[in-house]
Each structure stands twice: as structure tokens, then as C-alpha cells.
Design a protein around this ligand. Structure first.
Ligand SMILES: [Zn+2]
Ligand SMILES: [Zn+2]
Length: 501
């Protein structure tokens, strides 16, 4: 029964007709007037969506509270033990079956309800960032000095995804409809590419569509493409020596890092315009009077096109080899992260846009407006967009953005749609103390409800109208044009569960 047409699910009595004449007449009417085929279920669907919005208003406080509990307990990548437990418990209480330890990651889980097709997934993240601890106030004040904070708003991301999945499930259940709702508890988006491990473990194999969102300073229904990236630790091994007494006996690993970074800086002039290269020196010796035996640099390169990125990457490796050659040290290369660019999906963006316009943007109370004005006073005034941006729904944007996300890898495996909602005051960038403050108070929580509603309505649309799932698949096939997904995760890579960041 799970795969019967939607109008039969909505009107199950149609399967138990005892008057054959009525049935034949009705069937003829339906065949002869195709437009009528979906007229009744569409009316039911629209009413159901409005009912879902009303229900979500009545339950919003619970999920705002959940997001706040996540915010108060910021956990770094792969350490999201309490956060993943809180979300899994909420889904379990709502009737979902929960599988934990997905891909052998203790903080990854999949919650599922229902049977049959389509399988619609909502993705959630919940990891925080180091050193962004912050009170929910418009001035810099850490809750815990040096502590972690939800500067990317993943506390909102996770809570909204769970809320949307639960509401889509309630809609199916109340109407006796078939289909499967899943919530993917995805750890380590910030640092560890959790979704790549989940993909490799086959967690997305039978999924038809994935829906997600991300906090931003505006409301966008479409998903822009992002940059593919590749990261690695470049480690140089030299020979220690007394820097004053016997420098000629030393081979400086730090010198190798300096030659490499100089070569990388020269390389910048000769790479395609859209390339990004950035690095930190993670080890550079311990004492000025000891020639450093070990030095390490962590470097990331990005480009919108994975093939172009590969070309740049091979040249960066030559820069590293040059460092080792010039200083007579040994290079050790350890790939760390590598993400695919996002594959946008026109069909899903169109459904998102309709639903987001129905839901509306973020409307501030006078207190929230005062918070926003004060927070914006901490930013350079020449970069500020209008405050009213929070209440508007942007048209679908198509240009590529310059960040990377592991949602990109999911989008290479199945049709994926992502929206953005104005959780941060317009002008506030993610990964800042200002964004951490927003994610812990009313403005962030309102955007979370905008996102949850838009995701829930879109899932409901997909369950009612399987042709939209097929349209999403066509959009996916068209943009990839036969290109195959290649994971940038090294073949034997294990999740960096214990890695020092
Ligand atoms: Zn982030
Ligand atoms: Zn993020």
C-alpha cells in the first residue's frame, strides 16, 4: 500500500467502492479530465500544510527550548555526545526508530519512521566551534573563557531538522499515507566531514531526497553551489641540533615549512581566479635555541570545480616537496579533509521557494530589534545590509559561494535541497561571537522555526506528489550529466574521533 498513488492515500475509501457503476463513471471522469486527478488531493494537501503550520506554532516553544539546550552545551566535532542524545531522544519519543553509531561514529545516528517510497531525509548538524563561547548579549562576553560556542548555529540546525521530520511524520500518520521520513544526525560538519563517513557506510543508499538548511543572515530558498576543497597536514622531519653551537648539524623542519609557504604564496598568482588557499602552522619547534626537528602545516585549498582543484593541489604538493628538497628534510603528507562542491537542485529550490514565501521571514519584536541594532554597532558600518533583510525572502540565487560543506558530498549522491534562514542579524557572519549570540536567543530561534516550517511543508509536498521527487531526480541527473561521485576521503580513512584540533 505504501506505493499507491497519493490521491488513493488521501481518500482510502476509493479502494472500497461497492457501486461498480459509480466507480466506472468516476474513473472515466478522472481519465478524461487529467487536471481533476490531483485536484482533490491538492486541496487536501494545502489544507494539511496550513494545519501543519498551526500545529508547529503550538509546538514551537518545545523546539526553541531544545535548541537552547544544545546551545548551552556546545560540543566540538565528533564529541557531540549530549547533543546527539538529546535530538535522538526527541525523535524516539515522537515514534521514530533510532539507529545509533552509524558509520562507527558514536555521535552519528539515523531516525526513521514509516515504510515504503519515497524516502525523504532531513539532515541535521549539531557540532560547535572552539573559542566562540559567548553570552546571548550584543557585546563580547564569553560564557566560558576559551570555551566552545555555536557560532555556526548548528544547535538551531539540528533542532529545526528534528522538528520538521517529526511534523512530516505526523502528517503522514494522521492521513494513513505511505512513505518514509528520516532524520540524519550528522556529526562533525565543522571539522571531520561526518557525512562522508556516513555516505561511505551506505547510510544514504536508499534515500530519494535530502532536505536541509543552514543559519545565515538572510532567507534564501535556493541552494547555491559551493567550493570543493582538499586539506592535508604537511609534516616535515628534520634533525635537531643546538642552534648556536652546532647549527650546521641541524636540518630545520621549520625552514621547510617556510620554503613551502613562500612557494605557495608565489603560486597564488598563477592559479585560476576562484582558487582559495589558506593554512596554519600547527607545529614549528619548541625553543629558539634548538633547530626544529618537526614542523607541520595544515593547509586547505578550494575551487568550484573538483578537476581544477586537483590540478592546483598537485602544484601545492610540489611546493611542499620543494621545501623538503631545499632543507634536506623528509616530507610526510596526511590528507585531512576533502569535500565535494554542492550540486544545486532546481526542482527542490522551486518547492522550497513556494513554501518559504508561505511561511514568511523573521519578524523582530522591539526588544529583538534593539538587540540587532546594538549588535550591528560592533561591525564595520560600511558592510551592513539593511536590517529589514531578516523579514524578506530572497529570490533563488545561483552564484557559487566561497565556503565548503559536507552537504556537498550528499548532493553528489542524491537530489539535495538546502535553504538558508536569517538566524543571524543581517551583516553578522557565521563563526563569530556575534553569530554565537544570535544562535542562543530569540532571533536565531525564530529563524529556526522558519526553516523547520519550510522543510516540513516541502517534505509534505514530496510525499503527496511523487512526480516532484522524480523532477528532483531529473534535475540531479541533468546537472551532473553523467559525472560520478568521487569521495575525497582517503580510502582507509577513519573518523578523526580523537584528533587534536
Ligand atoms: Zn561552520
Ligand atoms: Zn555550519
Amino acid at each position: 500500500m505504501a506505493d499507491t498513488t497519493p490521491w488513493m492515500k488521501v481518500f482510502p475509501n476509493a479502494l472500497a467502492i461497492t457501486n461498480p457503476g459509480w466507480f466506472v463513471n468516476s474513473a472515466l471522469l478522472i481519465v478524461s479530465t487529467g487536471a481533476l486527478l490531483f485536484a482533490q488531493p491538492d486541496a487536501g494537501r494545502e489544507a494539511g500544510k496550513l494545519e501543519t503550520l498551526r500545529l508547529m506554532d503550538s509546538r514551537a516553544a518545545r523546539f526553541k527550548e531544545l535548541s537552547r539546550r544544545l546551545w548551552e552545551n556546545p560540543e566540538l566535532s565528533f564529541e557531540e555526545f549530549k547533543s546527539s542524545s538529546l535530538l535522538a531522544a526527541e525523535l524516539r519519543a515522537a515514534g521514530f526508530g533510532v539507529t545509533t553509531n552509524v558509520a562507527a561514529i558514536p555521535t552519528a545516528f539515523v531516525a526513521e519512521w514509516g515504510t515504503g517510497k519515497p524516502v525523504v531525509a532531513v539532515l541535521g548538524e549539531y557540532d560547535a566551534l572552539p573559542e566562540l563561547s559567548q553570552h546571548p548579549i550584543p557585546e563580547r562576553k564569553a560564557l566560558v573563557t576559551g570555551g566552545a560556542g555555536h557560532g555556526c548555529g548548528h544547535n538551531l540546525l539540528g533542532a529545526a531538522g528534528a522538528f520538521a521530520a517529526i511534523m512530516a511524520k505526523d502528517h503522514l500518520q494522521s492521513r494513513g499515507m505511505g512513505g518514509t521520513v528520516r532524520f540524519y544526525g550528522c556529526p562533525a560538519e565543522e571539522n571531520g566531514a561526518g557525512k562522508l563517513h556516513m555516505i561511505r557506510a551506505g547510510a544514504f543508499k536508499d534515500c530519494d531526497v535530502a532536505l536541509t538548511w543552514h543559519p545565515d543572515d538572510r532567507n534564501e530558498p535556493g541552494m547555491r553551489s559551493t567550493l570543493a576543497n582538499q586539506g592535508a597536514y604537511f609534516r616535515f622531519h628534520g634533525a635537531a641540533a643546538h642552534a648556536g653551537r652546532a647549527p650546521e648539524k641541524g636540518r630545520s623542519a621549520l625552514d621547510a615549512v617556510m620554503v613551502m609557504t613562500h612557494a605557495v604564496e608565489l603560486l597564488r598568482e598563477h592559479v585560476p581566479q576562484a582558487t582559495r588557499v589558506h593554512y596554519i602552522i600547527t607545529q614549528g619547534g619548541t625553543a629558539a635555541n634548538v633547530v626544529p626537528e618537526l614542523a607541520e602545516i595544515r593547509l586547505t585549498a578550494r575551487h568550484p570545480d573538483a578537476a581544477e582543484l586537483d590540478k592546483v593541489w598537485s602544484r601545492i604538493i610540489k611546493c611542499a616537496e620543494a621545501g623538503a628538497l631545499a632543507t634536506e628534510t623528509r616530507l610526510e603528507l596526511e590528507l585531512s579533509s576533502g569535500l565535494a562542491n554542492v550540486v544545486p537542485n532546481d526542482a527542490l529550490a522551486a518547492i522550497f521557494e513556494r513554501n518559504m514565501r508561505l511561511v514568511g521571514g523573521v519578524v523582530y519584536t522591539p526588544e529583538e530589534r534593539a538587540f540587532a541594532v546594538k549588535l550591528r554597532a560592533t561591525l564595520p558600518s560600511d558592510t551592513l545590509p539593511p536590517l529589514e533583510l531578516a523579514g524578506l525572502i530572497q529570490p533563488i540565487q545561483t552564484e557559487t559561494t566561497s565556503w565548503s560543506t559536507d552537504v556537498g558530498d550528499v548532493s553528489w549522491n542524491l537530489p539535495t535541497g538546502e535553504i538558508r534562514a536569517a538566524a543571524f542579524v543581517p551583516g553578522v557572519a557565521a563563526h563569530t561571537w556575534q553569530s554565537t549570540a544570535c544562535a542562543g536567543m530569540g532571533i536565531g530561534q525564530k529563524a529556526m522555526i522558519v526553516a523547520a516550517k519550510t522543510l516540513a511543508l516541502t517534505a509534505i509536498d514530496l510525499f503527496h506528489d511523487p512526480s516532484q521527487v522524480e523532477a528532483a531526480r531529473r534535475s540531479f541527473d541533468k546537472i551532473l550529466a553523467g559525472k560520478k561521485y568521487i569521495s575525497r576521503l582517503p580510502p582507509n580513512a577513519k573518523p578523526e574521533l580523537k584528533k587534536t584540533r
